[in-house]
Design a protein around this ligand. Sequence first.
Ligand SMILES: [Zn+2]
Length: 172
Amino acid sequence: MLVSAGENLHGYKIAEYKDVVFGVCNSTEGAGFRQVALKKMTDNAAKLGATAVINFKMEIYPVSGTTQEATAYGNAVIADPIDGVARVETPHKINLEAYTRKPKTDDSPIGQIHDINGYKFVVCPKCGTKYRVETDEKGEVHIKGFDDVDDDEPGLQVFCLRCGTKFTVPEK
Ligand SMILES: [Zn+2]
């Protein structure tokens, strides 16, 4: 099965577009999970009678903790050699290791919790302003009058009223 990240295959013409095909594999299945996802994708393409996959992409998603999931996908096609001569049948060299979950660089700094006279306060990591923290019956932290400003990051993120820094309020 020919696989190309581009929309063309050198020496071939695309005779027929089949469908978008996917292959999914979880990192709990071992270090080769990217290759397994690729294999599942090409297997699905073969089931459609395709001879190649173009526009190949791979995405890595965090599932939980350190577990990741690889999704390989592309357009399954029938590709005919232009001059009738089939070229290399092995997949084009695709560096699957390059498909890695992007490290999160925008994690907000975490404010320190101070206990003052039995009340919990969180301290802005930049300017030191203190905010009173309340914990509800579910154990979730709140600051009166503040909403979570970042749905993508776990936990509660707020903007410091004084310096504007976004920081995370720790649960404990
Ligand atoms: Zn601040």
